[in-house]
Design a binder for this molecule. Structure first.
Ligand code: SF4
Ligand code: SF4
Length: 386
């Protein structure tokens, strides 16, 4: 399990330094420079916006300012579909020049058209969206033929010498046997890593039935990992302790600021998954968010959350505080049998607040008044990108 040695060592040194100096710090900047996508997946919570918002873009300069301001060692670029952004190659290059690790997440539909704009680099990784084998993936993204395009894109990236991984979201009903076989197949194809996540329960996603609750998540990950020597058969980019958490062996509270998200709305409060408010600057996000109000057991919307953007930061801190915890995972893999760690009590969580419409109205008013700080992309530019 893990990242390339240089990447892991640099991020480890950063975490150690931040841990010693104390305070809250980000691990990975999550960047969504546009919401527009050329797919319409049932589990997506990003594309249900009016066209005026889907046409907004973060500029190159806003993307650079974000990393300079937050100081994270790595950036994960998603969306929407990042390859629809006309400055994406320039943005990637800007981060590489700042010695940041860049993960560019794409559904791969435009990859063969755009790949010539990119150059292999040790700090740059393509992350291809692939939610399982052909049947699983095409069903997840609601379009036949997408799996073949993603596989062709992986081969193209590998042939061109790029570091290439897949990101795989697993929803309720994912069959452990097929998922394990799919991971075997990806390893045999030579992908450099698999990032796995339980489906995010986006409140705006069209399909609300297939998100996993915590019990199902833990059982499903145990069933999958038990088919691959506790996960040791597969090169996950997720940390060992995070995988251990997914399999129900750790009681973790989230660290929502560890992977802060910047979108065309601003810095999202409190985390990648929940948009309860927006801040104009990273400092305002860190200083102005009531962090104590969020997390499993504190807020109803958090009840089922086990996503990496909330809990990888917790796992990283745990690894620093208790390095020996990693040993059994490295030697024997993630434990997939026996009693699970106790879960957090949900009886005192505060009820959900519904804030989505307010944010959309606010952004729409700013666009109509010509006061939006993000740039508008016209239909012609979108057509050219595609
Ligand atoms: S590819 Fe990603 S951004 Fe596009 S619709 Fe699917 S989940 Fe949403
Ligand atoms: S538990 Fe809540 S606050 Fe924490 S990462 Fe998950 S959704 Fe965000």
């Amino acid at each position: 399990m893990g990242l390339p040695f240089i990447q892991a060592a640099k991020i480890g040194a950063y975490v150690m330094k931040k841990h010693i100096t104390g305070g809250k710090y980000p691990l990975v900047l999550m960047l969504e420079p546009l919401f527009r996508c050329n797919l319409a997946c049932a589990g997506c919570g990003k594309i249900d916006y009016p066209d005026e918002i889907l046409n907004q873009r973060l500029s190159y300069q806003q993307c650079m300012d974000a990393i300079d301001e937050c100081g994270a060692p790595a950036v994960s670029i998603a969306g929407g579909e990042p390859l629809l952004h006309r400055d994406m190659a320039k943005i990637v290059q800007g981060y590489i020049e700042r010695d940041k690790f860049v993960i560019l997440c794409t559904n791969a539909l435009l990859l063969s058209k755009k790949i010539d704009q990119y150059t292999p680099h040790e700090n740059f990784t393509w992350s291809i969206h692939l939610d399982g084998d052909k049947t699983m993936h095409d069903s997840s993204v609601c379009l036949d033929g997408t799996y073949e395009k993603a596989i062709a894109a992986i081969k193209l990236c590998k042939d061109r010498g790029f570091r290439t991984q897949i990101n795989c979201t697993l929803f309720d009903g994912s069959d452990p046997e097929r998922t394990a076989a799919f991971f075997d197949e990806m390893m045999a194809m030579g992908v450099d890593g698999i990032t796995v996540s339980p489906g995010y329960a986006y409140e705006r996603a069209p399909d609300q039935q297939h998100f996993l609750n915590r019990e199902r998540t833990k059982t499903m990950f145990r069933e999958i990992l038990s088919r691959g020597r506790g996960g040791r058969n597969w090169n996950f980019t997720n940390s060992g302790l995070f995988m251990d958490f997914l399999a129900g062996n750790q009681t973790y509270e989230c660290t929502p600021w560890s992977m802060p998200l910047l979108t065309v709305f601003g810095w999202q409060k409190p985390c990648y998954l929940l948009g309860e408010g927006y801040a104009a600057t990273f400092k305002e996000l860190m200083d102005g968010t009531e962090w104590e109000k969020y997390g499993v057991g504190k807020y109803e919307k958090c009840a089922n959350c086990m996503v990496h953007c909330g809990f990888e930061g917790t796992a990283a801190t745990d690894a620093i505080k208790h390095p020996l915890k990693m040993l059994p995972i490295l030697m024997r893999g993630v434990k997939t049998e026996g009693a699970m760690a106790p879960d957090i009590d949900l009886s005192n969580q505060r009820p959900a607040e519904f804030t989505f419409s307010r944010h959309v109205e606010h952004k729409m008013s700013a666009i109509w008044a010509g006061k939006s700080n993000t740039t508008q992309t016209g239909a012609q530019e979108i057509a050219t990108a595609e």
